[in-house]
Write a new protein. Structure first.
Length: 116
């Protein structure tokens, strides 16, 4: 299994690239957790509208894509800043997060455990 597939496999729901969401669009879900309060949130990334093309040289074809998102939860009002880079096929190649961490879909769906 490739390095990026292991990193992004859980992030993108098990696939190596964006998944089609239930609305039929070209989108995938990203799962994050706040460092400050532990709140988990699912964020929809639309590959047609959320990604900005990056051009290298004089070609009219994008060489890569970049996404920058600010995420605010329902309980935790601090922001998580997410930056991702994608290749020409809009598959993720790099990711950075500030104020939280990326989690897998399984971690997002896992029930919260009460601590006494």
């Amino acid at each position: 299994m490739s390095f990026f597939k292991r990193i992004f496999g859980g992030l993108l729901g098990g696939g190596g690239g964006p998944q089609t969401d239930s609305a039929g669009g070209n989108a995938f879900w990203m799962y994050v957790q706040w460092a400050a309060c532990g709140e988990k949130i699912r964020v929809r990334v639309n590959c047609e509208h959320d990604l900005s093309p990056e051009f290298d040289g004089e070609s009219d074809t994008a060489d890569s894509y970049r996404m920058s998102k600010e995420v605010v939860g329902q309980n935790c009002f601090r922001r998580i800043h997410v930056e991702m880079t994608f290749d020409r096929q809009r598959h993720p190649t790099e990711q950075q997060i500030t104020g939280g961490r990326f989690i897998t879909r399984e971690e997002y769906e896992a029930p919260e455990t009460a601590t006494a």
